[in-house]
Design a binder for this molecule. Sequence first.
Ligand code: GSH
Length: 201
Amino acid sequence: MITLYDMPESGNSYKVRLAAAHLGRPLRRVRMSSRDGSTRTPEFLARNPIGKLPTVELEDGRCLAESNAIMLYLAEGTPLLPTDRYDRAKAYEWLFFEQYSHEPAIAVRRALLTYAERAALATPERMVQLLEAGNKALGVMEARLAAHDWLAGDAFSVADIALYAYTHTAEEGGYDLAPFPAVRAWLARVAALPGHIGLLD
Ligand SMILES: N[C@@H](CCC(=O)N[C@@H](CS)C(=O)NCC(=O)O)C(=O)O
């Protein structure tokens, strides 16, 4: 069985758990945190030199990091990865968008507001800038979802899991989802799928 080095409240770790749940694939979970030094131990750095969660250890002992890479590994050959070449490339497009334009605003603003030890980093200028960047990312999702049920192609995929992970907790980062009705409808659609699990399940 694959071992997941897991941070329960982190959307990045949740992506892996949610993808595995949809695939009916059990994971052995090792609870860790970016906040208690456990990602800085020599044992963990041997598995992932960048010291970040999630990281997985495969059955043969090889390790893999980066939430979206791990999801792609799990999704290979399953309905979570579109078979059509263009739709698959669009799924990758959303994964890169998530890492560059969405998570660095929406996840970071949530961490600044909810992790007490990061409060000093939440300067007014930074919070405004993160709010603007996150709203821009939500606007990009809204434009797609206003006309389509799913982000890539016509079926639920790794793209939806990657974007769901931090969009569904965006309000904890101070984002107002009222101006994004198609995003809200999509969040409900994802949560209603058979196999869905919550962040803290
Ligand atoms: N791009 C990475 C980001 C992973 C990441 O930043 N993980 C955080 C928790 S959400 C972490 O482990 N931080 C530990 C540290 O920076 O020491 C991914 O998608 O997996």
